[in-house]
Design a binder for this molecule. Structure first.
Ligand code: MN
Length: 235
């Protein structure tokens, strides 16, 4: 057999003010975790609870706070959309975690973008097919360095402003306090269907007013107390 040469390797995220790096395991995502976004997607937040999907870890693009990170406009779409999200990094795992265990499993937090090929996602939804083509593709998850959790930061993040601008224009603005399932609830519910492990990231969902970007657009995404990342889209 011919030797297989793979350029795929593990992804690491830097940790703020720390020499260690965080090895990314899996990337779990929550759909419809802000009521106003649920409505704009055509769902009834009273009737349709949030749910989970997964992005491949290879879609993560470590995005420094100080630089502009470039991502290429992806293949096969004409509706490339942003979703700013709070990302939670787990330092511990387990099954069927209690709220207390869920709190303790959080190592830190980051700012991320759940970039979406909305046209492909919409086609998949319509046909009852899996979402991967819309969600899990190269460079679809720019994520900032991780800020380690302290009790103070946990309290601040739970009610932090979350927002996104494109070319300086405000597009998304909300508060983490508007999450339908809180950070701890997300971890609890996820641990009822997957055994969680250190290295797992959770993208906790996006607030309302998602929209498209095209080549040469620059996004600024932030979560208060964590920082902001700048992501530009190239041809
Ligand atoms: Mn999302």
């Amino acid at each position: 057999m011919k030797n297989i040469v793979s350029e795929q390797s593990r992804v690491y995220l830097p940790i703020v003010e720390n020499d260690q790096v965080y090895p990314v395991g899996r990337v779990f995502c929550v759909g419809r975790n802000y009521a106003e976004h649920s409505k704009e997607m055509g769902d009834d937040p009273e009737r349709d609870p949030p749910f989970f999907f997964v992005k491949d870890a290879s879609s993560v693009v470590p995005s420094a706070f100080s630089d502009v990170t470039r991502i290429a406009y992806p293949m096969a779409t004409s509706q490339f959309e942003y979703e700013v999200e709070l990302v939670v990094a787990l330092g511990e795992g387990g099954r069927n975690l209690s709220l207390q265990q869920a709190r303790e499993a959080v190592l830190g937090y980051a700012v991320g973008l759940d970039m979406t090929r909305r046209d492909l996602q919409a086609q998949a939804k319509k046909k009852g097919r899996p979402w991967e083509v819309g969600k899990s593709f190269d460079e679809s998850a720019p994520i900032s360095p991780i800020s380690l959790k302290t009790d103070l930061l946990a309290g601040n993040v739970a009610k932090a402003e979350i927002g996104l601008k494109v070319n300086g224009d405000l597009k998304q603005i909300s508060s983490v306090a508007n999450l339908t399932w809180s950070i701890e609830e997300v971890i609890c519910k996820l641990s009822e269907v997957f055994e969680l492990r250190p290295g797992d990231l959770i993208m906790t969902g996006t607030p309302e007013n998602v929209g498209v970007v095209v080549a040469d657009d620059e996004m600024l995404a932030w979560v208060e107390h964590l920082g902001e990342i700048r992501i530009s889209v190239t041809d």
